[in-house]
Design a protein around this ligand. Structure first.
Ligand code: RFL
Length: 481
């Protein structure tokens, strides 16, 4: 058996693993990435495209953002279409200057792979039967490569192997708690070499279902339509897709949309998932290995980058300052942010989709909430309003992170709530009831078990959509139904 030793062994060469590897490499921390697929396969996956400011800042820190700054499209806002009209949400105004950058996950992955190769940091692709052992004391990663068994001994293992990976699955069941909701619909996506219909993304709510007009570049568009879970991409011709998309967007978009042959078509399920904690001795989970959000809010890759930022800093602190304080805080800090993004996606997804089991009351309630959102940007809601709302609510640090971390959509969430409820209701809605900060909350009978005081989920406002704790432990309180 071939054996070697590194400081950090990373399982998975998706964006989380590659970015962590790059940040550690720049800090002089010896690491190796073990990936089960080929580099070409990893690059062939069409996924995220919207990067928040904090992600771009981290990519700058990692020294891999040169092409992103040249080719990425900066968006100062997004658009929402419902009731035949379109509304703009102005990120820059609402967040006091923040924007998002549209840059495909594939391109980001390519940049990270290239820099890793140029700098001679090792990645082992097509590693078979990857397994992790001894993470309570002496961590080891084992796998087969070209028919031979290999073993990597290390100080720490980073589990960056996505939702279906083996690192989370290797943790003893009694040590982990998971929460999951699979939404009763999916997204059928089409990529085409056509100019985008709009300079900004358009999120469309329509009685036939949700649609999203997105893009990867000025000449490449990515469109999605809500579909049933058992839909097959092969049963949709390109023409069927374009016809359905045109029915769901606003009249102007339907008229100006340029169509063309698809480069790729696929169906993605929508899932919310969180595993707690994210540290098990010397094994740390990051990115989709620990959590999934539905793609509606474009949060998955951004959350993955945020985990990696926390973990890289903690590891640098460990090796440079001989302090394990950052590692000890990693899980709590990451989960605090994750639950806020989960909460946002859990609110935004049903707001924009057609829910199969909806009764007329649910449809009315959703239209009412959408009308707040529609009024909110046209009514102003400049940064000063948000800031004064923050002061009015005596915003604690964690809720401040909510605004910074979730950036624009956090503001959208906040403004739509503030538009329609009193300050104390808003405080409760965003989970920052002062008495509750720092203590687990059980609004309407639910505790998420999160280590962050703002982590409780309210059941209000998303009728018919509930979170189910997958595994119950003595600390988890199930939902009251
Ligand atoms: P990944 O990308 O799944 O990478 C995990 C890697 O681990 C490898 N692996 C293993 N390696 C070794 N041994 C094993 N046993 C292994 N098992 C798995 C896999 O081959 C893979 O290479 O997880 P990571 O790195 O945490 O990155 C997460 C992001 O990919 C994900 O959150 C985003 O794509 C989510 N997402 C979006 N996020 C955004 O921030 N903005 C968006 O606009 C956005 N749009 C999307 C999305 C996800 C989508 N789908 C398909 C789920 C749109 C869609 C449609």
């Amino acid at each position: 058996m071939e054996t070697r030793r590194v400081q950090v062994a990373i399982v998975g060469a998706g964006p989380s693993g590659l970015l962590l590897g790059q940040l550690l490499h720049r800090a002089g921390i010896d690491n190796v990435i073990v990936e089960q697929r080929s580099a070409e396969y990893v690059l062939g996956r069409i996924r995220a495209g919207v990067l928040e400011q904090t992600t771009v800042d981290l990519l700058d820190e990692a020294g891999v953002a040169a092409r992103l700054h040249r080719e990425g499209l900066i968006h100062e806002g997004t658009q929402m279409a419902f009731g035949g009209k379109r509304y703009q949400i102005n990120f820059r105004k609402l967040t006091g200057g923040k924007t998002v950058t549209v840059y495909g996950q594939t391109e980001l992955t390519r940049d990270l792979m290239e820099v890793r190769q140029e700098e001679g940091a090792p990645t082992i692709y097509e590693a078979l039967d990857v397994s992790v052992h001894g993470f309570d004391a002496n961590p080891v990663v084992r796998f087969h490569k070209d028919g031979a068994e290999q073993e990597i001994g290390c100080d720490f293992i980073a589990g960056c192997d996505g939702y279906h990976g083996i690192t989370r699955a290797s943790v003893p069941a009694a040590a982990i708690r998971t929460f999951e909701r699979v939404y009763p619909f999916g997204w059928l996506g089409l990529l085409s070499e056509t100019p985008p219909v709009s300079e900004e993304l358009i999120y469309c709510n329509h009685p036939r279902g949700f649609a999203l007009c997105s893009m990867r570049s000025p000449t490449r568009s990515r469109y999605y339509v809500q579909c049933s879970l058992d839909e097959k991409a092969e049963s949709w011709t390109d023409q069927m897709f374009w016809d359905e998309l045109r029915r769901r967007v606003d009249p102007e978009a339907a008229e100006t949309m340029v169509t063309g042959p698809s480069i790729e078509k696929s169906v993605a399920p929508l899932r919310s998932f969180v595993a707690e904690p994210m540290r098990f001795g010397k094994l740390f989970l990051a990115g989709d290995a620990a959590h999934i959000v539905p793609p509606t809010g474009a949060k998955g890759l951004n959350l993955a980058a945020s985990d990696v930022g926390f973990l890289a800093r903690a590891l640098v602190e460990f090796y440079r300052d001989k302090s394990s304080a950052g590692l000890d805080r990693y899980s709590g800090r990451a989960l605090c942010r994750i639950w806020k993004a989960e909460r946002f996606s859990w609110w935004f997804t049903p707001l924009m989709h057609r829910i199969p089991e909806d009764v007329p009351r649910d449809v009315r309630a959703r239209s009412s909430q959408l009308s707040w959102v529609g009024r909110s940007p046209s009514g102003g809601w400049p940064a000063s309003t948000i800031l004064s709302a923050r002061r009015q609510l005596s915003w604690p640090v964690e809720a401040g992170e909510f605004i910074d971390g979730l950036s624009v959509f956090g503001c959208l969430f906040l403004s739509s709530f503030l538009n329609g409820c009193s300050a104390s209701e808003a405080r409760q809605a965003v989970g920052i009831d002062r008495g509750a900060v720092g203590k687990p909350r059980t609004p309407q009978g639910l505790s998420t078990g999160s280590s962050c005081g703002a982590g409780g989920l309210s059941t209000a406002g998303a009728s018919g959509l509930r979170w189910w704790p997958v595994s119950l432990s003595s600390k988890t309180v199930a939902l009251q139904t």
